[in-house]
Design a protein around this ligand. Structure first.
Ligand SMILES: O=C(O)CCC(=O)C(=O)O
Ligand SMILES: [Fe+2]
Length: 347
């Protein structure tokens, strides 16, 4: 799935520029690059990441996604997420709401638990379609292992910048503890009108998202803006963003920005759109609350930050949000409200 085979992103529609962060420089502790990352994570909460070294793995994940979505629908449905708030597995198009009125989403996706990929061939969270199992060792494990390494490096930088004791954020994302961390390959079929939301406006649930896009369609609503802005895919550049869990841990210093997905713009509009994300999320038992006891900087920030009235565990948080975006669980606009995170002010 080489990016060059797609028509270019149109040059006559406005896009929102993101800072470009060089992962190779982050890895060697380059101070200027760390400042650039910090600026991006605290202002918009989105940035491009170049030199991440995952292009090949990402291409193979797109192949896995295509193979999986080509399976007959009744086969895919054997691995559906279900209505109890579990994220792992297959989600059919139309099974989630995109807004409070109950308009349905248009994407299908397959979510693979980090825990299952790393424990393969022993299923520890759930079972997957044959197309996933066939690529677990060759494709999914390497993609997840490298994504985890990259996100761990970024978390260690945030740990230091937030003046937390060494390893504090790492302890909330331990490899050994079960979590909702997962890889997702998403397909949005062509043919929808350009204002039909593929994925409704949301903040990401977890700590860090690492996204690979080939076509346009991702939009952000930056602070102070009233109109959605496209984020232009750049070859070789991943798009990274902060999720609600890190925003909560940091007392709002790190920003979890609202975003959504619409069909690709202009000459890309007639194409199906594929995207790939690795979501780093805290361990299931971790409480989502500002780390005020561990950092004076966070304690000072927290007074004017969004925070949960009653802290919940990461597991409770994900279950509530995933469950309440499912159409099957919808009773009215309140169900959408119950699926929201920090984007509406106090969560
Ligand atoms: O497909 C994209 O560009 C973004 C997907 C997304 O926001 C998500 O799955 O949380
Ligand atoms: Fe997202």
């Amino acid at each position: 799935m080489a990016i060059s085979k797609f028509p270019p992103f149109p040059d006559d529609i406005p896009t929102h520029p993101l800072l470009v962060v060089d992962y190779a420089l982050l890895k060697v502790g380059d101070k200027e690059e760390i400042e650039r990352l910090w600026g991006a994570a605290t202002q918009l909460g989105f940035w491009y990441l170049k030199n991440h070294g995952l292009e090949e793995e990402a291409n193979r994940m797109f192949d896995m996604g295509e193979e999986t979505m080509r399976l007959p629908m009744d086969e895919k449905m054997k691995y559906e997420q279900g209505d109890d708030g579990m994220s792992f597995g297959y989600k059919a198009a139309g099974f989630n709401a995109v807004d409070a009125s109950g308009v349905t989403d248009t994407v299908e996706f397959i979510n693979i638990a980090k825990d299952d990929a790393l424990a393969y061939p022993t299923p520890v969270r759930r079972e997957y379609p044959s197309t996933v199992n066939a690529r677990m060792s060759s494709t999914i494990q390497p993609f997840i292992t490298k994504s985890v390494q990259i996100n761990d490096t970024i978390l260690a930088i945030f740990n230091q910048k937030l003046r937390l004791p060494e390893g504090s954020l790492a302890k909330k994302h331990r490899r050994e503890e079960f979590s909702s961390s997962e890889a997702r390959t998403t397909k949005n079929p062509a043919g929808y009108s350009n204002d039909r939301m593929a994925i409704g406006a949301h903040t990401d649930f977890g700590s860090l998202s690492f996204l690979h896009n080939r076509l346009g369609g991702l939009q952000v609503l930056p602070p102070g803006y009233e109109e959605w802005q496209y984020v232009k895919p750049i070859p070789g550049h991943a798009i990274c963003n902060v999720g609600d869990a890190l925003a909560l841990f940091s007392g709002g210093i790190l920003r979890s920005n609202i975003h959504r997905v619409v069909p690709p713009p202009g000459p890309q509009g007639h194409l199906e759109r594929w995207s790939l994300v690795y979501f780093t999320r805290p361990g299931d038992s971790v409480l989502l609350r500002p780390l005020v006891d561990e950092s004076a900087m966070i304690a000072a920030a927290v007074e004017n930050a969004d925070q949960l009235n009653t802290p919940v565990t990461a597991h409770e948080w994900f279950t509530r949000r995933i469950k309440n975006q499912r159409m099957k669980n919808r009773t009215g606009p309140e169900t959408w409200q119950a699926s929201r995170g920090t984007e509406g002010g106090r969560a």
